[in-house]
Write a protein that binds this ligand. Sequence first.
Ligand code: FO1
Length: 307
Amino acid sequence: MKVTVLTGGVGGAKLVLGLAHALPPADVTAIVNTGDDFTHLGLRVSPDIDTLLYTLSGKANTAQGWGREGESWSFMDAVRSLAGEDWFALGDGDLALHVLRTARLAAGEPLSTIVGDFARRWGIASTVLPMTDDAVATILDTDEGELAFQRYFVARRCEPRVKAIRFEGADRAHPAPGALSAIAGADAILIAPSNPFLSVDPLLAVPGLRQALADAQAPVVAISPLVGGRAVKGPTGKLMVELGVDQGVAAITAHYQGVIDGMLVDERDAPADLGIASARTDTLMLALDDRIRVARSALAFARSLRR
Ligand code: FO1
């Protein structure tokens, strides 16, 4: 069963890891948000892609939610000693990805080729695709003015009040090679329990991707990012209040209207009429077993749906 999953960072990476255990890993394709990508200290950083590469290759710092396990920080110590910017931390091992990616991008290689090579080097049998090889930047219009994603998320700890979100460059972006065929050729398409507004919307903003989902033969199932009605981590709840969106899975389902055929809801959420097919399960993914179990539930639910 070939599965294509649209994903952001840590929550999505847990699901993709579960899928890569529930299925032959080569049957899994992840199309990853790159709206969080930015240039820091001259280096091109792709946080959601790197979180997925670390997760699938067993290198992730799962407690921290980003970066590598057992990381050392000599580079950051040296940056600090020279009064360099230290609000965004690049570990010594992590640095290797950013240096190599930046050098290869500067030499004219597309991001998708570079990411594919990194994944192969680390023995990842699943396909990891950026949503696009073009530059797209998530920009938040806040009460402190416009902030690029990492300024908002890391430097300002999601504290500014968000008025609107835009995806700079998305209108001119093209889906990465392989993304459209991975959607068209899938037996099931999943939207990971990533932040709908910050992590999934950038993907849907790339011309062609939303249409590919609408045209796909396979059912599209979203896994709700809410557990017991609340976001597991991150600013989803706060953002929904600020954007004037109702709290709860019904509002997220409405947000994905026209894109999804079904919603997998956490069993702790209050039952609600979502207006589309839904299934309930324990969606909290603490240990590997949970991730495999949620992946299997999503696949079983997708199999039960038809287009
Ligand atoms: N998140 C932080 O909260 N603080 C950091 O210093 C930080 C550094 C960092 C470096 C590389 C990387 O791939 C991710 C990093 N993240 C950091 C996580 C990242 O900001 C977010 O988790 C994602 O962009 C949201 O999905």
